[in-house]
Design a protein around this ligand. Structure first.
Ligand code: PLP
Length: 377
């Protein structure tokens, strides 16, 4: 099986796994199994490792460690960011309007739907044919009561990169908070929360060679962003997220953040070359194939293509790829992202997403092309 579904989840890198295993099995006998809130030596050792991991996540974003809150993954980060901003406003009977888009991950879409039921007004922006939102469209959607813009940075199906820096600058000028779902951006493109004017940012370790079940929420400290917590308890994570910290998970996230940062200057170029090789090979095999989104402007690790005449089920038996975003593939056969981009239903039904990462090489691309040839009717 060739694995080309990195946008759904990545393998854990060996160096990340080692750090996690060492932590769980406590090979260094430092007592990292202790509760990191405990004041004895093993507790202090666990806390020290956690703070080093927090620094690595902060470094990846150009943030400070105090601005990083550990969560169970991006779904929780997104819920915390959106509900954390909107709940207090609803409780105070303040009008609030959120701008988001039709092609967000369900973590954002479902949270917005929930908030709308409670009284928030939500605008779901329609993307253009490349899967992009322009600053002009965001400006046009603004209302006097707009208090939050939540947009993903990189689309998980078609790789479109949103102009987050321009949007961030505009939102800052207007005093409106910007949350970005950076799940497909972290470790793939440079992120600088200061220069990009980001107030809240969500990420997930399992999208960049870390474990599942751990993520982070960046909450800007200066000027300070205030959100109400979702979980109440013992005041962990500066009161934003109660619950004993999972040391081995956090160490995995920290090691993964360090790993992708060390490769940020080379890996995107390598992935882009593999993506182009795959696309040119596909075009030779299937002249009627089309790219969904913009081949040149998209993120380097995702290629979504319309493949007329290909038996997608046969392909998926040999190449781990995706037909629509993984979170929906069990109940929806046509991608809502592609439909929102006005891609006709028949083309959406023939579409396949290939996504690549650290362990993808030319052999995988050649192998995929040869399998594709056998899946042509
Ligand atoms: N946002 C995007 C763009 C994603 O691709 C995903 C996962 O597929 C998520 C959010 C949810 O992340 P998690 O699995 O950490 O909850």
């Amino acid at each position: 099986m060739i694995y080309l579904d990195y946008a759904a989840s990545t393998p854990i890198a060996p160096e990340v796994a080692k750090i996690m295993i060492d932590c769980i099995s406590d090979t260094a006998q430092t007592g990292q199994y202790a509760n990191p809130s405990s004041l004895h030596a093993p507790g202090v050792a666990a806390k020290k490792s956690i703070e080093a991991a927090r620094q690595s996540v902060a470094d990846l974003l150009h943030a400070t460690p105090e601005e990083i809150i550990f969560t169970s993954g991006a779904t929780e980060s997104i819920n915390t960011a959106l509900k954390g901003v909107i709940y207090p406003k609803l409780q105070n009977h303040q009008p609030c309007h959120i701008i988001t888009s039709q092609i967000e991950h369900s973590a954002t879409l479902e949270t917005c739907r929930h908030l709308a039921k409670l009284g928030a007004h939500v605008t779901y922006l329609k993307p253009d044919h490349r899967g992009q939102h322009t600053l002009e469209k965001i400006k046009a959607a603004m209302k006097p009561e707009t208090c939050l813009v939540s947009l993903h940075w990189v689309n998980n199906e078609v790789a479109a990169i949103q102009p987050i820096r321009d949007i961030g600058q505009y939102c800052r000028e207007k005093g409106i908070l910007l949350h970005t779902d950076a799940v497909q951006a972290a470790g793939k493109i440079p992120i600088d929360v200061i220069a990009d004017h980001i107030d809240l940012l969500s990420l997930s370790a399992h999208k960049f060679y870390g474990p599942k079940g751990i993520g982070a929420l960046y909450v800007r400290k200066s000027p300070q962003v205030r959100i109400s917590p979702l979980h109440h308890g013992s005041g962990h994570e500066r009161g934003y997220r109660a619950g004993t910290l999972p040391t081995h998970q956090i160490l995995g996230l920290g090691a993964a953040a360090k790993l992708v940062q060390s490769k940020l200057s080379t890996e995107p170029t390598r992935l882009k070359a593999l993506k182009l090789e795959l696309w040119h090979g596909i075009k030779q095999l299937i002249p009627t194939a089309e790219v969904n989104g913009d081949l040149d402007l998209g993120a380097p690790h995702i290629l979504s293509v319309v493949l007329p005449g290909v038996d997608r089920d046969a392909l998926q038996q040999k190449v781990a790829c995706s037909f629509s975003s993984a979170c929906h593939s069990s109940d929806i056969t046509v991608s809502f992202v592609l439909l929102a981009m006005d891609i006709p239903v028949d083309k959406a039904k023939q579409s396949v997403r290939f996504s690549m990462g650290l362990f993808t090489d030319e052999t995988d691309i050649k192998g995929t092309l040869s399998i594709l040839e056998h899946c042509l009717s």
